[in-house]
Design a protein around this ligand. Structure first.
Ligand code: MG
Length: 250
């Protein structure tokens, strides 16, 4: 018995020594504050917190964004225009909260439709998908016309919802695409896409990757699309509000 105890003790000493051999002490991860009560983590780039639309401009003409601000929310109504972030981003973590109007007008794609366009090209659909039939790769949290969400986590109209998005940007070497974009999404805290490959722009008639493309346009392919690009929020003609939008570059 004494011999067995000694052997076990020796083995524990060896395994501890091996573990310590693999332990690393640098670099030490930066300590940041966790998101709390609607406040973003301390290392986030805040794109909208209710204080103004300075981080956004109108996609069509670059003029000032004109969405309506009420408290900590901004709201798009028909004709206010699709907007884009002034800052461009590559790989990122993006948090967006959104709320379709509690006044139900229209159905299918005409009910609470907006969208979060990653890289200005790939639409993560915003739609009131509470008891609202439409094609599944066009419902809330779909990668538009490419991938339905794994589940429908939609809340009732008028309630705030959230997207937490991990976006891996496409990688280019000159005009050659080295790797496509990937998307991981949590809708209201529930995983709906897990590192899904994006087939290409969702706005064009067919999905496509182009080194020169049009942001929110299938016509004007003037933009260099091989580097960082903006986030776009869509005016689809319905009333949808957004709040608490922040990014962490990866
Ligand atoms: Mg949309």
């Amino acid at each position: 018995m004494k011999i067995l105890t000694s052997i076990i003790g020796f083995c524990l000493l060896v395994s501890t020594a091996l573990a310590q051999d693999r332990a690393t002490y640098a670099p030490v991860p930066e300590h940041i504050s966790a998101p709390s009560g609607g406040a973003p983590p301390s290392d986030a780039i805040v794109l909208f917190d209710g204080s103004g639309l300075d981080a956004w401009s109108r996609t069509a003409d670059g003029e000032a964004a004109r969405w309506r601000i009420d408290g900590d929310a901004m709201t798009v109504e028909r004709g206010m225009g699709t907007i884009r972030s002034k800052q461009n981003f590559g790989d990122m973590q993006l948090h967006v909260e959104w709320r379709p109007s509690d006044v139900i007008e229209g159905s299918g794609q005409s009910r609470g439709n907006s969208g979060v366009f990653l890289h200005g090209l790939f639409e993560l659909q915003v739609l009131d998908s509470w008891d609202n039939d439409t094609y599944v790769n066009g419902q809330a949290a779909s990668i538009y016309l490419q991938e339905a969400p794994r589940v429908n986590v939609a809340r009732a109209p008028g309630q705030w919802q959230s997207y937490d998005i991990i976006f891996t940007a496409p990688k280019w070497q000159g005009d050659e695409l080295l790797s496509p974009a990937y998307l991981t999404v949590l809708h209201n805290g529930v995983l709906v896409h897990n590192h899904v490959e994006i087939q290409g722009s969702t706005f064009t008639p067919q999905p496509e990757y182009r080194a020169h493309c049009g942001l929110y346009s299938s016509e004007e392919r003037l933009q260099d699309c091989t580097d960082k690009l903006p986030i776009i929020l869509q005016d689809h003609g319905q009333v949808v509000s957004f709040r608490n939008i922040w990014v962490r570059e990866l």
